[in-house]
Every structure is written in C-alpha cells, then in structure tokens.
Design a protein around this ligand. Structure first.
Ligand code: HEC
Ligand code: HEC
Length: 217
C-alpha cells in the first residue's frame, strides 16, 4: 500500500510538472510573438500613399497612356559635312550624331547610309570621322562545351579581342542604337553631370581600343 501511494505521488508530480512546464513554454512563445505583431500594426497605420498622378514629373495617370502627347522634336542640325562635332558626354561615350539623319534612317538589313561615309576606307576623303577600331573587333569570347556544360573560352582577367580586319562587327551594324541625333527639347530636369576627361583630346575622340583592358587586367 505504501509503495502504491509513493508511485501515485510520483506520477501525479510528473503530470503536474509537465503541465506547468508546458504552460511556461506557451507563455514564452506568446511573449516573443507579441511585440512583432504590434510593430506591424503601427507600420500599416502610419503608411502614407502617394497618388500615382503625383509620382512622375508628367502629373498624369501612369496606368493609361491614351492622353499622353509626345512633344514634336525639332532636329535642327545641318547636312553632314557642314556642322562639326559635339563634345563627348564622357570619355569614350558614343559620340552624338551632329548632322541631320534625314534620308539615312531607318537603317535596314542591306541598307545603311552611315557606312557609306563612316567606313574608314572612305571617311577621310569625305571629312567624316572614321568608325573606330573597336567597331572592327570582336570582344566576345567563344563559348566552349565541357562535359555537357558551356563556359566562355577566356581566363579570369583576360580581355578577348579578335581583330576582324576590314570587316566591321555586325553587332555595330545598327549605328543609331548607340549614336543618337540631337534635338532641341525642353528638359524638366537639367543635366548636372560634369564629365572629366583625362586628356583634352578625349572630349573629341576615342581612346577605347588602347584602354579596353582598364580595370580588368
Ligand atoms: C554623307 C556622308 C555621311 C553620312 C551618310 C553619315 N554621316 Fe555621320 N558624319 C559625316 C561627317 C562629314 C561628319 C563630321 C561632322 C560634320 O561636319 O558633319 C559626321 C559626323 C558623325 C558623328 C560624330 C563623330 C564624332 O567624332 O563626333 C557621328 C556619331 C556620325 N556622324 C554618325 C552617323 C550615323 C549614325 C549615320 C547614319 C544614320 C551617319 N553618320 C551618316 C558624314 C556622314
Ligand atoms: C553598341 C554601340 C555602338 C554601335 C552599334 C555603334 N557604335 Fe560607334 N561608337 C560607340 C562607342 C561606345 C564609341 C566610343 C568608344 C569607341 O571607340 O568604341 C563609338 C565611336 C564611334 C565613332 C568615333 C570614332 C573616333 O575616332 O572618335 C564613330 C565615327 C562611330 N562610332 C561610328 C559608328 C557607325 C557609323 C556605326 C554603325 C555602322 C556605329 N558607330 C555603331 C558605340 C557604338
């Protein structure tokens, strides 16, 4: 009988202990979670919303373009050979097209007026700037297969440049992709960028081919 009572007491004790320890765990969890929920609620209440019509400089509905009017640009440049060049926007930036492009665009497969004056073979005679060396070079490394995986055929820090001779790189065919004409346009925000050229002549001509490895090698 005595042993029975002792066993019962132990069992009861264990039961009560497990109950209380469980409760304690629940309380701890609740205590950890509570502040999180509070913070989230405060954030939502404090949030302010900006109407989409006030987001951009245009003050117009961003989800409907039916009323948007693109202003007419005035391309005032004169004929090629009569205008001179613009300064580069920064060292080795693609130079802006200083002359009118009327009649030269759109560039199509097999029809590219730009080449007729800017290919090095004819440019000097026409007093046009010759397309630079970079346009006759392929900087893309070959892709090689190795065990079913493909990787570039170049070492870390290596600049791949394959001289294409007199053939321009077809990736340069669509000149107007990078060289843009200039127009008189109203700008809402003035450009504050002030380029720094390492040498004075860098504002007028490229030095890219000589420096292509800069920052890599
Ligand atoms: C009839 C010949 C001719 C054609 C066609 C022509 N250009 Fe030109 N381009 C020139 C001449 C000449 C200059 C030198 C600036 C000047 O006096 O007009 C020049 C200047 C440029 C410059 C400025 C170069 C620099 O160093 O700042 C760029 C860029 C250019 N042209 C791009 C083009 C593109 C792109 C096309 C085709 C859409 C094109 N050109 C068509 C003759 C031509
Ligand atoms: C992928 C962009 C890209 C395309 C396409 C491209 N160019 Fe360029 N071009 C440049 C950049 C960038 C420079 C200046 C750095 C350099 O030498 O590559 C440049 C420089 C030039 C220059 C000035 C060279 C000098 O000595 O300062 C001429 C002229 C020129 N490009 C003509 C052309 C013509 C013509 C075409 C089309 C047949 C063309 N480019 C296509 C990016 C491009």
């Amino acid at each position: 009988m005595k042993t029975k009572i002792i066993i019962l007491t132990i069992l009861m004790g264990t039961f009560l202990w497990s109950c209380s320890s469980k409760k304690a765990t629940v309380e701890t969890e609740a205590a950890v979670e509570a502040p999180k929920a509070e913070v989230a609620v405060v954030k939502v209440e404090a949030a302010e919303y900006i109407n989409d019509e006030e987001l951009g400089y245009g003050h117009t509905d961003l989800f409907d373009e039916s009323t948007v009017e693109i202003p007419k640009f005035d391309y005032t440049a004169g004929a090629a050979g009569t205008v001179g060049n613009w300064e580069r926007s920064f060292e080795n930036a693609p130079p802006m097209v200083p002359h009118t492009m009327e009649g030269f665009v759109p560039i199509k497969a097999g029809v590219n007026a730009c080449l007729a004056c800017h290919l090095p073979a004819v440019a000097t005679a026409l007093k046009a700037t010759a397309m630079p060396k970079s346009h006759f070079t392929d900087y893309r490394p070959a892709v090689v297969e190795e065990g079913g995986l493909y990787k570039v055929d170049a070492k870390e820090g290596q600049v791949v440049s394959k001289d294409l001779g007199a053939n321009y790189n077809l990736a340069r065919y669509n000149c107007t992709q990078c060289h843009a004409a200039q127009a008189k346009a109203t700008v809402l925000i003035d450009n504050q960028f002030n380029p720094i050229f390492r040498a004075e002549e860098d504002a007028k001509k490229t030095n890219l081919s000589e420096n292509i490895g800069e920052g890599v090698k």
